[in-house]
Design a protein around this ligand. Structure first.
Ligand code: NDP
Ligand code: GDR
Length: 357
């Protein structure tokens, strides 16, 4: 192995895993990712950075594995000898976690424990420090206890997913304190992008807007439009993950924009962007309601700003515009914006002066 820093990412094929890989490769890391064996390829989000490992200088390596399989996790750590591990893998859909609670808890809670155990064992045996990032979530705050939510706000999880993330959070704290692991929890509020999974509400909306404009769809079925979220841009948020592992001491950080908006406001901006009125297209479907909902999330990112020097770079209207633009492009409208280079989209939007910078 060379002198490059090495990182191992679980969930590399997801939204955040793909942006984090790009960031780490740009910084000169050798990046190892865990992918799941599937009957069809699921590497769309990272295909553009993948280089055949037989080629000289290839710095992205993929390993088959699963968070439910502890022995494989141990073997991959042994093989990749990482300096940093980012645990982004999860069954990450809150609504789905009510349908598949045991699987969700197995990947999110037990998966994190399996990884922490593997790291502890590796570090004790080799004496080599491995820094660990845990992808915590604002969903852990759940039922509103305090607004805005900060690192000291009590958790009150409202879904199997959120309960599992709370478990993973406290295991991470406990491994830090019990075994002196360099382990950090990011408590990240919702973050979106053109690479967001198509069943999360923001992407479901922007994709529907594009398909409606293209004549491929005429209705959009949604659940609770009153929920409020603190929505940021995923590319900004993976920078915060990396920054946490570059500090002198491990710690936990809220990462958020400090602004909150309802699903309804998202709809207004997304449909308004193409001069449509959302009320003409959106229908209610109770299937998308959750048995227990999180009504209001609003984060206070003061600690991340002060200690990490982190700042969000994309405003709410810019985020909506960026996602609608990318989905329009995907259906062949305004074919100027490649899906994977969201910065290009931002430039384009600025040029068109569709939003104020
Ligand atoms: P995605 O749902 O886009 O990606 C999840 C990743 O986890 C995928 O690579 C998926 O693989 C992988 N995965 C799922 N199950 C397993 C498993 N059993 N073993 C190994 N890998 C698995 O999530 P995001 O990128 O949006 O989020 C990244 C992490 O951050 C998640 O842990 C999420 O819970 C958390 N988070 C996300 C926030 C957000 O707003 N995006 C906010 C706060 C926290 P595959 O492609 O094969 O399905
Ligand atoms: P969330 O994101 O649950 O906050 O979890 P999601 O986009 O799924 O829901 C946001 C809000 O929109 C409401 N909603 C709908 N949601 C979906 N998915 N589909 C619908 O049709 C719909 N209609 C209304 C929801 O009720 C909710 O209030 C995301 C995930 O990325 C988690 O992994 C992460 O931890 C949190 O963000 C922070």
């Amino acid at each position: 192995m060379g002198d490059r820093k090495r990182a191992l990412i679980t969930g590399i094929t997801g939204q955040d895993g793909s942006y984090l890989s790009e960031l780490l490769l740009e910084k000169g890391y050798e990046v190892h990712g865990i992918i799941r064996r599937t009957s069809t390829f699921n590497t769309d989000r990272i295909d553009h950075i993948y280089v055949d490992p037989h080629q000289e200088g290839a710095t992205l390596r993929l390993h088959y594995g699963d968070l439910t399989d502890g022995s494989t996790l141990r073997r991959i750590i042994e093989l990749s000898q990482p300096d940093e591990i980012y645990n982004l893998g999860a069954q990450s859909h809150v609504r789905v976690s009510f349908d598949a609670p045991q699987y969700t808890v197995d990947t999110v809670a037990m998966g994190t424990l399996r990884l922490l155990e593997a790291i502890r064992e590796y570090q004790e045996r080799t004496g080599k420090q491995v820094k660990f990032y845990q992808a915590g979530s604002s969903e852990m705050f759940g039922l509103v206890q305090e607004v805005p939510q900060r690192e000291t706000t009590p958790f009150y999880p409202r879904s199997p997913y959120a309960c599992a993330k709370v478990y993973a959070h406290w295991q991470t704290v406990n491994y830090r304190e019990a075994y002196n692991l360099f382990a950090c929890n990011g408590i990240l509020f919702n973050h979106e992008s053109p690479r967001r999974g198509e069943t999360f509400v923001t992407r479901k909306i922007t994709r529907a807007v594009a398909r409606i404009v293209a004549g491929q769809q005429n209705k959009l079925y949604l659940g609770n439009l009153d929920a409020k979220r603190d929505w940021g841009y995923a590319k900004d948020y993976v920078r915060a993950m990396w920054l946490m592992l570059q500090q002198e001491q491990p710690d936990d950080y809220v990462v958020a924009t400090g602004e909150t908006h309802s699903v309804r406001e998202f709809l207004e901006l997304a449909f308004g962007y193409v001069d449509l009125n959302w009320e003409d297209y959106v229908e209610f479907d109770p299937r998308y309601l959750r048995p227990t909902e999180v009504d209001l999330l609003l984060g206070d990112p003061t600690k991340a700003k002060t200690v990490l020097g982190w700042q969000p770079s994309v405003t709410f209207p810019e985020l909506v515009a960026l996602m609608v633009e990318a989905d329009l492009h995907a259906v062949g409208i305004q074919g100027t914006t490649p899906k994977t280079t969201s910065d290009t989209v931002l430039d384009l939007i600025a040029q068109r002066q569709l939003i104020s910078k």
